[in-house]
Design a protein around this ligand. Structure first.
Ligand SMILES: [Zn+2]
Length: 153
């Protein structure tokens, strides 16, 4: 190897070393970012604003079934609805849920609350006393599941 060949070799090896270092740094950044995202970012997101009603009803299977909706002729909405996002947030709870709603009439939301309660998540539902026995109220289902009424204001 002559001096020109040696310079070329050193230059190529520097480029390869630099590329290797860049890939290593990117890999390290990816790992740190993944770690941060998994353990810290969810703590930072405390508020999300959702607007209702959605333009079309949401398909229950789209948020409840593991592989989503498999009905090819399903006429309900599968993505991008506020209700789906709300249900995904509810079903992802692992410790506590505080749900403050004037009158809970959605059977799907009640299903989620009961599911969480039965899986050890502490669920607190705050609703209007006067709406408890109104048509479509789901509070009776909570009572039937053993969720008790703690206080009225
Ligand atoms: Zn569907």
């Amino acid at each position: 190897m002559g001096s020109t060949g040696l310079v070329k070799y050193l230059t190529e090896s520097r480029i390869i070393t630099t590329l290797g270092a860049a890939l290593l740094l990117e890999g390290a950044f990816y790992l740190i970012h993944s770690f941060w995202k998994k353990y810290y970012s969810s703590e930072k997101e405390k508020y999300r604003l959702l607007f209702f009603p959605d333009s079309k009803p949401t398909c229950k299977a789209s948020y409840k079934e593991r592989y989503g909706c498999t009905n090819s002729s399903c006429r309900y909405e599968h993505d991008g609805t506020a209700f789906k996002e709300l249900m995904q947030i509810l079903y992802s709870a692992r410790k506590t849920v505080d749900l403050c709603i004037f009158c809970i009439t959605s059977p799907e939301m009640a299903d989620a609350v009961i599911h969480l309660h039965n899986h050890g998540v502490i669920v607190r539902v705050i609703s209007d006393d006067g709406q408890v026995d109104s048509v479509g109220s789901q509070i009776g289902r909570f009572r039937a599941e053993g969720m008790y009424r703690s206080k009225s204001f």
